[in-house]
Design a protein around this ligand. Sequence first.
Ligand code: GLN
Length: 243
Amino acid sequence: MKLNICHLYPDVLNLYGDTGNIICLKKRLEWRGIDTEITLLPIGEKADFTQFDLFFIGGGQDFEQEVLLSDLHSGKAKEILAAVEDEKVFLCICGGYQMMGQYYLTHTGEQCDFIGALNLYTVGSDVRMIGNYMFECLDENSGSEVIGFENHSGKTYLGEGVFPLGTVISGFGNNGEDHTEGARYKNVFGTYCHGPILPKNPEFADFILKTALSRRFPSADLPPLNDCLEIQAHRYMSARLAI
Ligand code: GLN
């Protein structure tokens, strides 16, 4: 059994340890005897998207998001849209999450027309939403409590057909207004959660892996791992943030 993972734009979208998510996915599969192949797909490189099971996109500043626009619109956007509609799994963090939406209007007035894979948009504000934060995923998105770190000025608003990933317990989430955090559309999971999210939240990590595995191998099983240390760290932060 092997899972093919594509790390999109590792050259420009990687903030606050986002690449740790790739390491985490690989290790959690390896510990269950499942192979992984990881393909890095930076600006300017092409690949056959149909071969991948799981896509990861990290976060980036406004500048990096503008830098990759021409690459997106010269082919990758179409490939990503097709993969999304084919129900491939995507985990997209912050700048990568915004990129999956319709557009991002930065607080300095630049409009980045993104790919519109998800019916959502982002508007820059002069408030920076920054800090450790915590949210609870909706039941259909694992139901688990997630802790992490957010740092964005963009406020994201979800349109019809896209549902939140979860509800904010502490922090800002999508926009600091409606208590929603992240987005789910088909098998795309978007979130503001850096940290990186997966090593800090093993339950959510396994949920992502299970979603990706069962698409290709319907009877695949993920036996439990010893997550004692991760759970202790999670509980510590959860107690701190709940105050
Ligand atoms: N540039 C975006 C914002 O500030 C995303 C930042 C990020 O990926 N951390 O809203």
